[in-house]
Ligand binder design. Structure first.
Ligand code: ADP
Ligand code: GLC
Length: 472
């Protein structure tokens, strides 16, 4: 089959979070399974894109009423990624350093979607399925159905995968001027609560809607940032497919970003070397348990309550424990994480910023990873951490609910809390400290989690079956 994925991020070309990882892996593992197509993203001015060679494969112009714009499609001629990655460039709009966060994001992503469909039609490369991800590409199912301009794609099945329903791309109705002429009788499909809402529109118009875990799918009916009744109404076409992880990129046995590689047979001897080195780099004590947090410093991740919880943990449990944080996001939260360095030297440190290599080293060095997320559609951090023998401490929500079993249960291997609260975080850390003292149990659990199979080899078949159900 020929499957075209359309999204804002794709690892390694452009990554802000898990969306990028998943697109990079979907491209690669679908190709390995014998399927064609590829991934299309904007040509961001990211480090990777700027430092690699891209070949122009198509140039054209879209005319939207009185407005028009030129676009260029690039690809990776050397096939370094193992799958086709196409980059859409619209000068001045898409060639920016950051993936998101600009005042004109709405116009940028509508233009990106328009250019992508225009290119597919003008080059007659009709796919079997168009698979779009999150709100940045969620208008496409509407566009192929209701914009005369794209009528040749009208019968092509569309899938929308929701990686995060908190972000819907809702905008003022005035932005729809950049959408190619659409059937005005269908304006209801674009509207949600008197705003122009791409994610809601995608849920209504896509042939199928998937999300990245069954646990999160079930939550969407009760908690989806205002779209609850929509999910209730469209429930029959919704499905949960758990993400996988790229076990080639995330492999402690061959990871060039970590100091000492290891595997399930020798981790007892070698994982700790990474801890010693990381602790010395950040002024921490390798004798004590190392708790880490990696991620976007935003409300969904409960990052706002972590600094106070770290202080509360020191107050309640003593100071023979270390915390290391890697993250960036809300400037106020970043500031709180920096502020608590004072007074906690020797047992707390933070790196504010995005650092892919350091993240690998942290997964390898840590004893426990903390994820008290309020919302976590899948979560990849806990899956990477487990592959590196690092025990997850998670809030019992979404994909965390589905992938972690508490140590109090049969064959359990993680620590779960019931609410994202300071109290539950401190109680969970206290449980982890007790576990850390039981050396044999720690070793057994580390061995167990390193062998859990969350690979794409398993998850990719669920997508392939979904594509087949729409095309046969
Ligand atoms: P989300 O997509 O909601 O941010 P996920 O758990 O799905 O959460 O994926 C997060 C991804 O981003 C992981 O690959 C994680 O290692 C990475 N990541 C997050 N923050 C940083 C950071 N500051 N530096 C390096 N990698 C990061
Ligand atoms: C989103 C979610 C995260 C998920 C990722 C990849 O960013 O917040 O939970 O793992 O997408 O699907």
């Amino acid at each position: 089959m020929k499957i075209i994925h359309i999204a804002a991020e794709c690892y390694p070309a452009a990554k802000v979070g898990g969306l990028g990882d998943v697109l990079g892996a979907l491209g690669k593992y679908l190709k390995l399974a014998g399927h064609d197509g590829g991934v299309v993203i904007p040509k961001h001015s990211s480090k990777y894109i700027l430092s690699h060679t891209w070949e122009v494969v198509f140039d054209s112009k879209v005319q939207l009423g009185e407005n028009s714009f030129e676009y260029h499609i690039y690809t990776n001629s050397k096939n370094e990624l193992g799958f086709n990655l196409f980059l859409v460039d619209i000068k001045g709009l898409l060639n920016r350093e950051q993936v998101y966060g600009y005042h004109d994001d709405s116009i940028r992503f509508i233009s990106f979607q328009t250019a992508t469909l225009d290119w597919i039609i003008k080059t007659n490369q009709f796919p079997d399925v168009i698979h779009v991800h999150d709100h940045h590409a969620a208008l496409i199912p509407f566009m192929v159905k209701h914009c005369a301009y794209f009528k040749e794609l009208k019968e092509t099945p569309t899938i929308l995968t929701i990686h995060n329903g908190q972000y819907q791309g809702a905008m003022d109705w005035s932005n729809n001027i950049v959408l190619p002429n659409w059937d005005s009788k269908q304006s209801g499909l674009l509207d949600w609560n008197n705003a122009f809402n791409p994610l809601a529109c995608g849920v209504r118009c896509a042939w199928k809607v998937s999300t990245v875990s069954v646990g999160y799918l079930n939550e969407l009916r009760y908690q989806s940032n205002g779209l609850e009744s929509l999910f209730e109404a469209e429930w029959n076409k919704c499905i949960g497919i758990l993400n996988g992880i790229d076990t080639q990129v995330w492999n402690p046995e061959s990871d060039i970003a970590i100091v000492q590689c290891y595997n399930v047979s020798n981790f007892e001897k070698y994982k700790v070397k990474n801890k010693e080195i990381l602790c010395s780099q950040f002024g921490l004590n390798p004798e004590w348990p190392l708790f880490v947090f990696i991620g976007r410093l935003v409300w969904e991740k409960a990052a706002d309550i972590i600094p106070q919880s770290i202080n509360a943990a020191f107050a309640a449990l003593g100071r023979e424990l270390n915390f290391l944080v890697l993250g960036s996001g809300d400037p106020n939260i970043e500031n709180e994480f920096s502020k608590i360095k004072e007074g906690n030297e020797g047992c707390y440190n933070v790196y504010i910023g995005y650092n892919e290599e350091l993240s690998h080293m942290i997964y390898a060095a840590a004893d426990f990873i903390l994820m008290p997320s309020r919302v976590e559609p899948c979560g990849l951090n806990q899956l990477y951490a487990m592959r590196y023998g690092t025990i997850p401490i998670v809030n019992n929500t979404g994909g965390l609910h589905d992938t972690v079993i508490d140590i109090s249960e049969y064959d359990g291997y993680g620590i779960k809390m019931d609410t994202a609260s300071e109290n539950d975080i401190v109680v969970s850390i206290s449980r982890a400290i007790d576990l850390y003292a039981q050396k044999e149990t720690m070793t057994k659990i580390k061995k167990q989690i390193m062998q859990l199979d969350f690979s794409w080899d398993k998850s990719i078949n669920n997508y392939i079956n979904l594509y087949k159900s729409l095309t046969q």
